[in-house]
Ligand binder design. Sequence first.
Ligand code: PDD
Length: 281
Amino acid sequence: MKVFLNSEFMSRDEARISPDDRGFLFSDGAYEVIRSINGKLFRPEEHFSRLERSLRELRISGIEIESLKQIPEKLIAYNDLTDGDATVYIQITRGEAPRKHAFPDRRTAPTIYACASVFCPIREKFQKGVKIILVPDTRWSRCDIKSVALLPNILANQQAKESGAEEAVFVRNGTVTEGTHTNFCAVYGGELLTHPLSNRILGGITRNVVLDICREQNIPFREFPVFEGELRAAEEMMIVGTTTDVMPVVEVDGRRVKDGKPGPITRKLMEAFQKMVYRSR
Ligand code: PDD
């Protein structure tokens, strides 16, 4: 397996990152996950501009975003992933420096790491839908930054896994924010609702595409909070993200959503989204 580290492609076994790297010591970094289908990246420009924004917000400088843009396609090619689904992971940290909280010397170079892996969507989950659990949103107030500091997400997703659910969805002050690695949408009276862009959620690329599909297909939607107390009344629910596509949610904390089957709006969005993603096939 070939990976990219700092300025070169190399075998994964040769890749070495210092124990003084601030990504390791402080989770001081940002990342992106980009989908690839038959060697073609899905919405790479959006992912790179979000990465640029995350780095700017974290004040990690010294990265020329343009120079990173050829890395994913090369990784896909070098790892023979040009047939079928794959994901590319890119992480940038503030670099290697003695452990002090404040930023290191300005000359410290950020660490750039990228790798590609096979991705296998599980068809049954799209057909039958998945279960979610609700968990308190214990995260910081800058969830709009795609930071590698993901402990609350990890703990919550593990809790979901241990209770046989696909995803844990966060609730803050009675408002459903998003999942551990997905955005959340619910349907009321035929209208799709999803949390507005704010510091409380990551502005998901898939979420954007879903809203574009709603516009194209005249599906009513509103970027408006979904309240925990009103979840029981939801007609449909879905989680959306780079590694989930549009996935129907059919059970929340052991309670069925409507008849426990993916609803019509979810199916419409799921089909349109998959068509868009797999257009190159
Ligand atoms: N996660 N919300 C959170 C907290 C996320 O981590 C993600 C993506 C999303 C969906 O964003 P997008 O549609 O741009 O993938 C929403 C990636 C896939 C991950 O952490 O693996």
